[in-house]
Design a protein around this ligand. Structure first.
Ligand SMILES: Cc1ncc(COP(=O)(O)O)c(C=O)c1O
Length: 500
């Protein structure tokens, strides 16, 4: 024994030694490994998963791909290629994806659409540039603009008060924003939105391109669109310049896997590749990349038929729910705009049961886990991995929960503040360096928000960093909280971080 070891050995007390000995004999099932234990408990409970990832706990993936995964978790050894300089299998797989998704060029992303959104913004914008952005954007868009020093020009989508959700973006508002901001570099829209609503992409492409600007789309929820003609047109088919898609949301692919697609010659590819390389890990998971390839192959080989089966299951659910008073399964006819019919949004307004209550009831009584809920809706993500049985369980559970818990009055409408409530006090790019302090929501009106506050509903940012918090916004946050709602961005449930 050398001196160092001898010394450390002598410092281990008898109690430490007993602890170490006990640790060795504690069975694995009792180890304190909270993440693994929680996952095991959830997976072992055999839930009906109407949430992402789209492979639905492995159901959507052929068995042969699930065997021997760990020996395949390798790095850039010879023959495996390199995501940052692809010349072999990764290059080939990206080319196959470009063909399948109707793009000129496709990049694999291992940090979700998030890093793709950042790369798209950095590629088309220089610090100080203006970008026209629909307000229903994901937080990664706000963070990307903040980091890139971009000045956002927001457009609000249309609000549908009957169903309590934001729906499509009026193309004329995009035209107006372009006319008013001729120095903007382009437009970024989110399509489909979380509720499956698809804005008129053909019209929007035509408007943006006729102004000689770039159109980039956050198509995180639309990776499946190009695999069945009955679905709304995908961005690449419509002629959008660049888009991202989260494979893990709507395809049988693993969490974090996503694609970035490019069309035409207007995007500076060298700049894009620099940012993709700068923003992604230098040790990308080959398993994630392999599953991006597998998801593409599944959709190409059998996606069209599997989507037909999915449409049939959703139509059957619609038929069953027609017999349940007060429930509406949203679709094209209710929202008067193009709609991704794989997104199952169940409106409960006339049952008097909130979406939050129904989410909990479905979980507690039937072990169904939905993707999310808001005040008057529950949102289910359905993919080619869901089967007829899953939908039957959902239909039965909804029917019986409404019968048991129906209220006498429908839900009362929530007041949603209009666009005039946006007051940018500190420019977004300066917010990256500002520190904050917590105050109670009650006393937050009049201060400048440090964080992004996203209540459900309406599911789009109510307040963005650097914006003044209005009295109306505080009232809405309180109403949503009182209804049991979810507000992303609050701290300790009732505190808001303001700029110091
Ligand atoms: C509209 C939208 N865009 C982007 C993202 C980010 O996608 P990812 O989780 O793949 O990074 C999300 C995630 O929920 C989203 O809903």
């Amino acid at each position: 024994m050398d001196l160092a070891n001898a010394r450390s050995f002598s410092f281990i007390s008898i109690y430490d030694r007993i602890y170490l000995w006990l640790k060795e004999v504690i069975p694995i099932s009792e180890w304190n490994i909270p993440i693994y234990n929680s996952l095991k408990k959830y997976a072992g409970s055999n839930p009906v998963p109407f949430h992402m990832p789209g492979h639905k706990m492995g159901k959507g993936l052929p068995e042969e791909f699930l065997r021997d995964l760990l020996p395949m978790d390798v790095t850039e050894i010879p023959g495996m290629d390199n995501l940052h300089f692809p010349s072999g299998p990764i290059k080939q797989a990206q080319q196959l994806a470009a063909e399948a998704f109707k793009a000129d060029k496709t990049y694999f992303l291992v940090n979700g659409s998030t890093c793709g959104i950042h790369a798209m913004i950095f590629t088309i914008c220089k610090p100080g540039d203006k970008l026209i952005v629909t307000r229903d954007c994901h937080r990664s868009v706000i963070a990307g603009m903040m980091l890139a020093g971009v000045e956002p020009i927001y457009i609000k989508p249309e609000y549908n008060s009957r169903f309590g959700i934001y729906s499509h973006v009026d193309p004329d508002k995009i035209r107006q924003a372009l006319d008013n901001n001729p120095d903007a570099v382009g437009v970024l829209i989110t399509r489909p939105n979380y509720y499956g609503v698809c804005s008129d992409i053909v019209k929007i492409v035509q408007i943006v391109h006729s102004h000689e600007k770039l159109l980039i789309v956050d198509e995180a929820h639309g990776a499946h669109l190009c695999f069945n003609e009955k679905l709304p047109l995908g961005s690449m088919q419509a002629g959008v310049d660049m888009c991202v898609q989260s494979a893990h949301k709507t395809l049988p692919a693993l969490t974090q896997s996503a694609y970035l697609h490019v069309n035409g010659k207007k995007i500076d590819i060298e700049r894009l590749e620099f940012y993709l390389s700068a923003l992604q890990t230098s040790s990308p998971s080959y398993i994630l990349m392999a599953f991006l390839d597998i998801a593409r192959a599944i959709m190409q080989n059998k996606g069209a038929q599997q989507l037909e089966d999915l449409f049939k299951n959703i139509e059957d659910l619609r038929e069953t729910l027609k017999g349940v008073d007060g429930i509406t399964l949203l679709g094209k006819s209710q929202l008067c705009s193009d709609y991704d019919q794989t997104r199952v949004v169940i409106n409960l307004r006339d049952t008097g049961i909130t979406g939050y209550e129904m989410e909990k009831l479905l979980r507690d009584a039937s072990n169904i886990q939905v993707e999310m809920s808001d005040y008057s809706n529950v949102v289910c993500i359905s993919t080619v991995a869901d089967n007829q049985k899953d939908f039957e369980i959902l239909a039965e559970a909804l029917k019986s929960m409404v019968e048991l818990h129906r209220k006498q009055d429908p839900l009362k409408d929530l007041y949603i503040p209009e666009a005039e409530d946006i007051f940018q006090e500190i420019v977004l790019k300066d917010m990256a360096l500002r520190s904050g302090k917590l105050v109670n929501i009650e006393s937050a009106a009049g201060f400048v928000s440090h964080d992004m506050i996203v209540p459900y509903p309406p599911g789009i940012p109510l307040i963005c960093p650097g914006e003044k918090i209005s009295r109306n916004s505080v009232d809405l946050l309180k109403t949503i909280a009182a209804a049991g709602g979810i507000i992303h961005g609050l701290v300790n449930e009732n505190e808001i971080r303001i700029v110091k």
